[in-house]
Design a protein around this ligand. Structure first.
Ligand code: N2P
Length: 364
């Protein structure tokens, strides 16, 4: 009998491991493949609704529908177009959000202010799918609070039917001859960082002196821009309203994919990488639902749906393995290896940036 048992174990165990590879017991560090079920304590029950506050054009409807179908949890997806907009609504407290999607520097700021709940990783074992280089970054060094959603950067898209001169960086975009032909992100921290890179300054050293230097540069640039749009900067380029733009990399990827007349350029002055991540704000009433959602979007086949709709840099390695050669060859989504820095929390200087850009736009 004992022998039979040993034999069965010998034969069946590897078979079980082979076949049952997808859904595993939570063992975040050790699990090897795609998708693992969260370890919900028997008494724990998520709430019936999940208030998700996330960037616009970032969470595909089929992902939300799939989650609702599987869990019965209704997702209320409210959008924002900048970290600062999200912060002001979050901190105003009008709505109780269960899940937010800040960029790294805003994760860092919220964590410092003790405004984030630590994620219970036993409920989010699929975190193992995230590339090691996207974890434990300076904004969340112990990976306590955040689940990377998509990474990306900012780049220049040129309509080469209309613009024949070589464009290599911000200084080529913001020229008088392109006045009224430019789209740019409506994002103050971004705008200031582009001007800082052009001046050879470190975009994380936002001192009053640095902002004094930035001011005349931005005053000039802002006059040239026809459209400020962070939600869908591709639209003005697609419509032919403008011929050149500084846009999110995922928007650039969509444009170059749609029409070969669009080219994508990484600014020669340098750019930064953002890591937009899911996090649970203090005060969330459905933390369990939020953790279920985190684990769900970390499944490779679900994360692939995000890449299909919004082709940013997917930090989920098994999801990346599901993408086509064409998707992976898009240089806007997957720029040739370069180590990009991320923005850091700059504390009070964030409101100096905001004031500077608001004033310059108003006086334009
Ligand atoms: C998605 C916007 C990308 C966010 N529409 C940039 N941090």
């Amino acid at each position: 009998m004992k022998r039979l048992h040993a034999l069965l174990t010998l034969v069946l165990l590897p078979l079980f491991v082979l076949l049952g590879c997808n859904e595993q017991k939570p063992a975040p560090a050790a699990a090897a493949s795609g998708s693992a079920k969260p370890a919900a304590a028997p008494e724990a029950k998520p709430g019936p609704e999940l208030n998700l506050f996330a960037w616009s054009e970032y969470v595909p409807q089929d992902v939300i529908d799939g989650f609702t179908k599987e869990t019965g949890i209704k997702v209320n997806y409210e959008t924002y177009a900048s970290n600062e907009e999200m912060l002001s609504k979050l901190l105003a407290g009008g709505t109780k959000y269960d899940l937010i999607q800040p960029s790294e520097y805003t994760i860092e700021a919220l964590a410092k202010q003790k405004k984030l709940e630590a994620v219970d990783w036993s409920r989010v074992p699929n975190i193992k799918n995230i590339a090691p280089e996207m974890k434990n970054r300076p904004h969340d060094p112990e990976q306590k609070y955040s689940v990377p959603w998509m990474a990306g950067s900012v780049g220049i898209v040129v309509n080469t039917d209309k613009i024949k001169e070589p464009i290599t960086g911000f200084k080529d975009v913001f020229q008088d001859k392109y006045k009224g032909r430019i789209v740019a992100l409506a994002d103050s921290r971004e705008l200031v960082s582009w001007a800082m890179s052009t001046l050879g300054l470190d975009a994380n050293q936002v001192t009053p002196e640095a902002l004094e230097k930035v001011k005349p540069v931005l005053a000039q640039w802002i006059k040239l821009v026809k459209v400020f749009d962070s939600d869908s900067p591709k639209t003005a380029l697609l419509n032919g309203d403008v011929d050149i733009g500084v846009v999110w990399s995922g928007e650039g990827a969509i444009l170059t994919e749609k029409d070969k007349k669009f080219t994508y350029v990484m600014p020669v002055e340098g750019t930064h990488m953002f890591i937009d991540s899911l996090a649970i704000p203090v005060g969330a009433t459905n933390k369990l639902g939020a953790e279920l959602f985190m684990n769900y979007i970390l499944r490779p086949e679900v994360s692939k749906l995000v890449s299909d709709a919004f082709p940013y840099t997917n930090p989920n390695l098994p999801a990346r393995a599901l993408l086509t050669k064409e998707q992976l060859a898009n240089v806007a989504s997957y720029p040739p290896a370069s180590k990009l820095d991320t923005f850091r929390d700059i504390g009070k200087a964030a409101s100096d940036i905001d004031k500077l850009v608001t004033d310059l736009k108003a006086s334009n």
